[in-house]
Design a protein around this ligand. Sequence first.
Ligand SMILES: O=C(O)CCC(=O)C(=O)O
Length: 243
Amino acid sequence: MKTAFLPDPVAAQFAEAGFAMLPGLFAPAEVAALLRAVESAPVSGLNFRRSQEVFAIRDLLGEVPGLWPLLNIPGLRQLLGELFPAGGGRLVKAIYFDKPAGSNWLVAWHQDLMINVNRRADQPGFGPWTNKAEGAAVQPPVAVLEDIVTIRIHLDDCDATNGALKVVPGTHRLGVVAAAAIAGHTPDATMCAVPAGGAMLMKPLLLHASSRSTSHRPRRVMHLEFASVELPAGLAWRERRVL
Ligand SMILES: O=C(O)CCC(=O)C(=O)O
């Protein structure tokens, strides 16, 4: 039987549009604990990016392991069970993004095409590759991207004034969209306001972007990607963790 975490209309909207909002996944006290854990993290190293424009922590759970028990709440486990009914949904990428007040940080229209892996190991359908100091990443076959579900946990109320995500509904069903074709889709965009403690579900192939913040309110988000698919022998998810 379906629970309140992913009621049928929300599940249907997620399948059709490629995104859905789930307010109230985390209680205010749980949000406060997540923020305390992030704010107590040391802020140096390859995975940290801090400037007046943007603050991001890549490999978030590797850098702030104290977040793990705080994320591992029954609601999130139950939601994952509903998103991956055959089981096997595990964390494969985690990033923390702040959009500091007064910053000029915006994100152009794109799809999330790269996955983080343990090493370069050439496999049919995998590529192009990047090899940065923090590790290898690769564009996998579309079937791998279609398996992934992103859960963006919002730690602040987020709306058009503090850099909410904009998405083009349904574009997750188009496979990889050629760069030249992206602008043709963006007139159909919609803005995704999410309250603090809420989550936005998103398919990585959904075209998305975000605008500059024009507010003094922060916009802190934990971007968590989950997948159930196994990678071919020789390749492994670099940040894999089981909730
Ligand atoms: O959080 C944002 O504003 C954009 C992040 C994003 O586009 C991404 O993680 O791919």
